[in-house]
Design a protein around this ligand. Structure first.
Ligand SMILES: [Fe+2]
Ligand SMILES: [Fe+2]
Length: 240
């Protein structure tokens, strides 16, 4: 375990990254007025945004693992190419969350396992079902779920937090689509046993989301309509 601390290189790396990120982020009003906010509430914001930065960091790790698995499984060139920018997208989200923590007074100390970066490929599976299993966890469940949850958080937010959440939400639709596109391409090549295994992966990933503090009816509606039913339509008979 080690403290979650991040570095920024600047110069050439920043220039290339900024071309991907766009300049709108720098135009946000980052000087947050926190007068009248209690120390407790300020610390709660610092903790929330530091945790968000770490979750975004792990999302980048999950996509890196999924990309590797799609390469091994010889997924279509354009589909892998589509996912290429996702790492940079997630680094934008890391940057935004870090800047929000800084605006609230600085990142909170957070101990993390640096090697724990989201799902790992299952070595007992062949390349294609292994890639599909990762796609289900990361994209069909994780990103598909987080998009409406972030949109909900945005609807409650104002000012800087609204601008930041709005910037993040925009990237999540293609992040969620990737998994569904991979499943549709892979469908004719998956065996009945693969589908059973994928349903188990999905159930497991869905169960983990039930620990989140999202409003229960929104959470259950999103899981049923956007995750469970689309998986069932693809022959992956996940339990609700
Ligand atoms: Fe993200
Ligand atoms: Fe994402």
């Amino acid at each position: 375990m080690s403290l979650f601390e991040l570095e920024w290189l600047g110069g050439e790396a920043e220039q290339v990254f900024r071309r991907h990120r766009g300049d709108r982020v720098d135009a946000f009003d980052w000087a947050l007025d926190t007068t009248g906010v209690s120390d407790e509430d300020r610390d709660a914001q610092r903790i929330t945004w530091t945790r968000s930065a770490h979750l975004e960091w792990c999302a980048a790790g999950a996509f890196a693992t999924l990309q590797q698995a799609m390469l091994v499984a010889r997924a279509p060139v354009d589909l892998i190419g589509m996912s290429g920018r996702f790492l940079a997208d997630e680094m934008v989200h890391v940057e935004l969350a870090c800047r929000m923590a800084a605006a609230w007074g600085g990142g909170a100390p957070l101990e993390v396992d640096p090697a724990a970066l989201g799902p790992r490929p299952d070595p007992t599976l062949d390349a294609l079902p292994a890639a599909c299993a990762l796609a289900i966890r990361t994209s069909c469940v994780g990103e598909t779920f987080s998009q409406p949850m972030l949109a909900h958080a945005r609807s409650k937010a104002t000012g800087l937090a609204h601008a930041v959440l709005d910037r993040i939400v925009r990237d999540e639709t293609p992040h969620a689509r990737l998994g569904w596109l991979l499943l549709d391409w892979a469908a004719p090549r998956l065996s009945a046993a693969d589908r059973v295994r994928l349903a188990e992966e999905a159930s497991d990933a869905i169960a983990a989301l039930r620990d989140t503090d999202a409003p229960v009816d929104l959470r259950e509606r999103v899981l049923l309509k956007r995750v469970v039913e689309p998986l069932r339509r693809r022959g992956i008979a996940v339990a609700a």
